[in-house]
Design a protein around this ligand. Structure first.
Ligand SMILES: [Zn+2]
Length: 122
């Protein structure tokens, strides 16, 4: 026979399993993931006669760069506007994935804590 306490814990565990299942499901639709970040820049060309030399609002661009850490070093790659749009989506996917994983971990810790009280009480 189970005590009221342990049935409450079973209930909690079922609720946590349901929540965990929903989080797992939300991973299914995530597309490609990409590290780093995209930077959008406007640059002067260096010619003293060019309008960009005197007016910051008339600098050339936008230029897109993808920046990431690789073995502790910052690596920058020049991108086209189309690449920048695509990779921004993939970077968003990665952030979303990480957020979901952190929530899955938090739910797992709650499940373990729920289990720990059971063990202490027996
Ligand atoms: Zn210029």
């Amino acid at each position: 026979m189970s005590s009221p306490q342990s049935s409450l814990q079973q209930k909690r565990l079922r609720r946590l399993e349901k929540l965990y299942g929903r989080l797992k499901q939300s991973l299914v639709g995530i597309g490609f993931i990409f590290p780093g970040s995209i930077v959008r820049r406007f640059m002067p060309c260096g010619k003293p006669s060019c309008h960009c030399a005197t007016d910051v609002n008339k600098r050339h661009g936008p230029y897109y760069e993808w920046t990431r850490k690789l073995k502790g070093k910052t690596v920058t790659v020049r991108l086209t506007a189309e690449q920048a749009r695509r990779y921004e989506d993939w970077i968003r996917n990665r952030r979303k994935l990480k957020k979901i994983l952190m929530r899955m971990q938090a739910v797992s810790i709650q499940a373990a804590q729920n289990q720990a009280t059971t063990m202490l009480r027996h």
